[in-house]
Structure formats: structure tokens, C-alpha cells
Design a protein around this ligand. Structure first.
Ligand code: ATP
Length: 273
């Protein structure tokens, strides 16, 4: 998958949703990470072809997705806040998808996503998590050149979120927007961090893991921090610190910290805030 943007901007009247967005990502899975209002959904709306940019251009596999012609990229999009207003049952949606020869993964996903448990519920009466699961079923069960997911696990419990992340981390051709750097890191191989409509960091997995910077899990966030750590960010019981790996191994062996790992997207995200 190749996704490119050149000086991309989208304005909503006087407000710019995104501006000056330029990147070129050749990756199987791209994660767009950012806090609320940073421009993730706006960028996805252009990349999915739902919106024409106000300025600049975007290309997905060489084509501008918002220019409709017979060569447009087959994209499946799952929304952040799906709402179904059709008064039919989930079972009817499943049957409709099953009847489509391009949707070969329906049964596997109905089982894997736990949709079996609410097949007789009406689509217009689902909880937000159930609606999200049905939206994901529609996005993931049919053939597509590219799947675009906007906060796919925002309404899901941690078990279901894990199932989804594991599933989508195998896709070839995924763009995911998430406010959760852990989720981005778990599924993607190229990352864009957005802030106030602009890109503040981008890179691949090798760029991500900073040498000498670690995420350290404490047993008790109230306890005194071991000396010798250069703390960069404090995130509750997890701290991001510059430290020597041998020193951390020693703290771990002595039972003074619960664990540590190379800092990744959580660090890049914390740095960009
Ligand atoms: N329809 C709209 N009209 C006016 N401003 C908008 C509209 N949609 C988005 N914006 C503004 O554009 C900016 C980017 O919004 P966007 O929804 O793309 O961010 P986001 O990163 O997806 O946020 P969240 O994580 O909260 O969903 C925000 O300042 C938002 O207020």
C-alpha cells in the first residue's frame, strides 16, 4: 500500500481540520495517532474518498480516492460512531452480507466478533459497542484493496478490542486512526502523529523504538522511584525514562520494578503533546 499526501488541507468554513499535511508512506498498515480534535477523522475522510480536500492532494495506491472513476480504489470504511437507523435485525444484515460473493469472511467474523450473541437484536437498538462490531463486520468481511478504520475499538471491552487488534494486525492494506498509541503500535508498521491538524512525527517501526529510552512499569506508583532514572514522562504506574539497560535489568532482578521495554509510540506521542 502506498499512501501519499502533499500539502493537504481541509477547511470547515473558518476552521482548518487539517493543514499542510505532507507524507509518503509505503507500508502494509498505517496508523494515524493523535488526541481529540487533532484531525484524524478529517484526514481519513480524504483518504477514503468521502471528502475532497480544500487544498493539496492525496493519493492511495497512486489514485486520488475522492476522484471517482472506474479505476477507484476499493475501500471499506468503518466509522468512529456508527449508527444504524434501519429497523431490521442483525441476522438480516448477516444474511445480506452472506449473499454477496465478495464477502467470504462473514461466518468467521460473526463467530470471532461475538455477533452471534445478539443476532436477534434490531440494528437501530444496538449498544454503541454492538453497533461498532456490526460496522467492523461490514468493513472486514468483504474484499477490499484497503480497509480504513476510525477508532475501531473505541466502544469495545478490552477482550474484544484485543481480538480486533489481533485480526487487523494481519491485514495488508489498512489505515487506522486511534487516540491510543498502544493500539497503533500493536497493529501498524508506519505511524503518523497528528496535533492541531498537522503532522508532528512520522516514521516506521525502526524509527519508533528509541535507543536508551524505556517504558518502565512500577509495582506501586506511590512508591519512591529508583534513583538513576532520568524520568521524561510520568504516566501513572508507567514512567518513560532514559536509562541503561543493564541498570534496568538489575532493578528488575532485585524486584524493584515490575518490568521494562524499549519505549515506542507512547514515547513519541508523549513527546509530541
Ligand atoms: N464538520 C465540522 N465542522 C467544523 N469543524 C469541524 C468539523 N469536523 C471537524 N471539525 C474540526 O476540525 C478539527 C479536527 O477534527 P477531527 O474530527 O478530524 O479530529 P479527530 O482527531 O478525529 O478528533 P476525535 O479523536 O475527537 O474524533 C477539530 O478542531 C474539529 O473541531
Amino acid at each position: 500500500m502506498k499512501v501519499e499526501a502533499k500539502n493537504l488541507g481541509v477547511s470547515y468554513g473558518t476552521v482548518w481540520g487539517i493543514r499542510g499535511v505532507t507524507f509518503s508512506a509505503e507500508a502494509e498498515r498505517l496508523a494515524i495517532v493523535g488526541h481529540n480534535g487533532s484531525g484524524k477523522t478529517t484526514l481519513l475522510s480524504v483518504l477514503s474518498g468521502l471528502r475532497k480536500p480544500t487544498e493539496g492532494e492525496a493519493r492511495v495506491n497512486g489514485k486520488e480516492p475522492y476522484v471517482r472513476d472506474d479505476k477507484w480504489v476499493a475501500i471499506r470504511y468503518s466509522f468512529e460512531k456508527p449508527q444504524f437507523s434501519i429497523p431490521v435485525r442483525v441476522r438480516d444484515l448477516v444474511e445480506t452480507l452472506r449473499a454477496n460473493p465478495h464477502c467470504q469472511r462473514v461466518d468467521e467474523l460473526v463467530e470471532g466478533l461475538g455477533i452471534k450473541e445478539f443476532l436477534d437484536h434490531r440494528l437501530d437498538g444496538l449498544s454503541s459497542g454492538q453497533a461498532q462490531l456490526c460496522n467492523l463486520l461490514m468493513a472486514l468481511s468483504c474484499d477490499a484493496e484497503l480497509v480504513i478504520l476510525d477508532e475501531p475499538t473505541a466502544h469495545l471491552d478490552s477482550y474484544r478490542a484485543g481480538v480486533i487488534d489481533d485480526m487487523i494486525s494481519r491485514l495488508k492494506g489498512l489505515i487506522i486512526a486511534t487516540h491510543d498509541p498502544e493500539e497503533g503500535e500493536a497493529v501498524a508498521d508506519y505511524f503518523i502523529i497528528m496535533k492541531e491538524g498537522r503532522i508532528v512525527w512520522q516514521g516506521g517501526r525502526r524509527d519508533l523504538f528509541s535507543k536508551g529510552v524505556y517504558e518502565i512499569t512500577l509495582f506501586d506508583k506511590e512508591s519512591e522511584l529508583p534513583t538513576g532514572l532520568d524520568i521524561l514522562h510520568s504516566l501513572g504506574a508507567i514512567v518513560i525514562a532514559r536509562a541503561d539497560e543493564e541498570f534496568l535489568s538489575d532493578l528488575f532482578r532485585k524486584g524493584l520494578i515490575a518490568g521494562f521495554k524499549r519505549a515506542g509510540l507512547r514515547y513519541a506521542y508523549a513527546e509530541s503533546r
